[in-house]
Design a protein around this ligand. Sequence first.
Ligand SMILES: Cc1ncc(C[n+]2csc(CCOP(=O)(O)OP(=O)(O)O)c2C)c(N)n1
Ligand SMILES: [Mg+2]
Length: 484
Amino acid sequence: MRASFPTPLRAPAGQEAGGTANLDNLCINTIRTLSMDGVQKANSGHPGTAMALAPVAYTLWQDVLNYDPADPLWPNRDRFVLSIGHASMLIYSLIYLAGVRQVKNGKVTNEPSLTLADLEQFRQLESKTPGHPEYRHTTGVETTTGPLGQGCGNSVGMAMAEKWLAARFNKPGFELFNHHVYTLCGDGDMMEGISSEAASTAGHLKLGNLVWMYDANRISIEGSTDIALTEDVAARFAAYGWQVLELKDANDTATLKDLLAQAKAETERPTFILVHSVIAWGAPHKAGTASAHGEPLGAEEIRETKKAYGWPEDRSFYVPDGVQAHMQDGLGARGAKARASWEALLADYRTAHPELAAELDAILNGTLPEGWDAQIPVYEASAKGTASRASSGEVLNAVAGRLPWLLGGSADLAPSTKTLLKGEQSFQPAAWGGSYAGRNFHFGVREHAMGAIVNGMALYGLRPYCAGFLIFSDYMKAPIRLSA
Ligand SMILES: Cc1ncc(C[n+]2csc(CCOP(=O)(O)OP(=O)(O)O)c2C)c(N)n1
Ligand SMILES: [Mg+2]
């Protein structure tokens, strides 16, 4: 079934206008056409969703995200998670246009993370632009995505890590951590159980620093989602305790900015923005069809689509002058300013709170405190032995005393798995009588999300663990593999 596509070739609001609106649309159409061209050249990939969501992702990056392309490791940067990893040309185009610098061996270099030549190598062996985005392979990719739902789970872990870091390190006059985690997800993510587990957890924990944007294009591989997804997804999120907002047209960037402002203004609830989009927007024959999900558009359709965008029809991988500079003036300038004031704050923090500053350095550098293992007990060989879960609990507690950022919990099995850290609080919002500084996490009976959440926390440099009975680790296979 073809989704409705009433005004296929009409320019989005503002496109006809001059000035910045025009430059914004130039950027958006650059992302769309790079995505089409990348997939076409590779003769494989997913053009439609990258095209449709270009205005959404671009607006987020250009007008909202606190991210400095010159320092992709800045600890208080907003995180962007592309849970719909198949739309990878979207994030590669943004990384390229934003001029994100490459990180090598843990250090930021002056090289761009991606060049136009890298985009032309989309999906080629050893290229920096694999079919699905991979963490540490391409700078600017915050987590590996592809197995649908994992990115959603990771983003909840990231938002939890942010809350924990803020609770531990922020001091009066020193708000070191106050960033947001933004996730783009799709129908597939919404169908996967892991995202429900993760969303339920995020609602319970009142993660007001988390925003999911759901691309409700009502298309997946087999056709219309009418064949498999008919529930009221927004109502589900309201029930989970999220703020639920709706964007009626993915091209309406002005309203999107308002909604993202509402998301940031809401500090108690995570925000879910349901976005209506048309897959392969602007493609005269393929817009709104499942074939635009995972096949190249084809040379003729690309030509006609470029014509509809007012683009040179015969140019491939065309990046108009001024597009990269425009992103530097927007995202780049805002990010540089935010990072500079953060660096200054950190410098003063080092004087005011030297011990905490040293601890933060260790977290960010991935090092361990001196003597972290000094209290690990020694077990004499004995015929009777000790239950490994008992010795595990003792060792965990022996290390925890010397490693404050060792934290974690269990999927409702802590009394059996012996994973409770003695004398530590539970990680809970104040509303439930707890604190985000707590180190005992209660994942609930949600193994799949637990794995992805812990992966998201690990991406912040924390040392998280999770636990359950071995047999239930079957429910966690995907996050276990991704953690490797
Ligand atoms: C766990 C998992 N199962 C299956 C797939 C294969 N797959 C990739 S995209 C996709 C359809 C996703 O639909 P949607 O999220 O609506 O994306 P759209 O077609 O709108 O881009 C599927 C089944 C996957 N990537 N991950
Ligand atoms: Mg879809």
